[in-house]
Design a protein around this ligand. Sequence first.
Ligand SMILES: C[S@@+](CC[C@H](N)C(=O)[O-])C[C@H]1O[C@@H](n2cnc3c(N)ncnc32)[C@H](O)[C@@H]1O
Length: 285
Amino acid sequence: MNSTNIHQQVRDQYTAALQRAQAKAGGAGCCGPIPCGTAAQFARYEGELDAHPEAAAASFGCGNPLSFAEVQPGQTVVDLGSGAGFDLLLAADKVGPEGRVIGIDMTDAMIETARANAAKAGAQQVQVRKGHIEQMPIAAAQADWIISNCVINLSPDKAKVFAEMARVAKPGGQFRVSDIVARDLPAWVKSDELAYAACVAGAIDEAAYLQGLRDAGFEEVQVVARHVYAAADVQALIASDFVDAGLPQGAWQDRLHEIDGKVASITVTGKKPLTSACCGVAKCC
Ligand SMILES: C[S@@+](CC[C@H](N)C(=O)[O-])C[C@H]1O[C@@H](n2cnc3c(N)ncnc32)[C@H](O)[C@@H]1O
């Protein structure tokens, strides 16, 4: 499948997943302190969920990129694949009215929801821009912080995303990204469209992920949190967010054990050097 088709398929799946999450949130008995997006059940949010419950209910993250990030008032945060905007609002709380928070997403329903959530929260410092994270609609050297939550695995061109991150970061700017990595996935998973949308099939090996960030020019790249998924976690991820009535029959029912322990969510940090040593590699200046 080419990049355009992958983007379209991901857009369609997340438009539907958002509708599902919103319907559940509107009905009785769903969510409470746990977001409807099942990925977010693994995201390690704690007190943050109460701060913006509506956005939290449509969260599809797999980590908590802002936890322990030393984001300061007045800084600029860029969120790649900002979805319905939960992390945008948490970032807005940290940067305050003098700061800027810029979300980038390619799915209209997500963009509209994030803008509505920001308006309801009175977060005027939040902007949501439509675009692809492989070609970000933002000038160079803007971001003090780049965050992202369960998105880069969905990109058909991760090297391009990492290079764009290096371009958009200020010299000395930092990133804190939560995402899914995977190793030795069976062919039937890698070719499954549902598994791609559910952040599994497009995930790459952790070592390749870290090397990709270093190749783009980032330094001090390290994993600060890791949560390895059991097969049942992956099942929950797919069944709740992407299908209405449990997993499809066939391989998903019979061979799920083959992915036990092979999928993990990680949070990775790193920074762009203050000098322009990365220019030649990533054209980041
Ligand atoms: C798993 S959801 C995560 C959303 C959000 N970060 C959160 O934590 O709730 C993935 C989001 O990334 C967006 N997305 C996926 N691939 C993208 C790309 N190549 N460019 C821009 N947005 C993308 C989707 O539209 C969707 O909103």
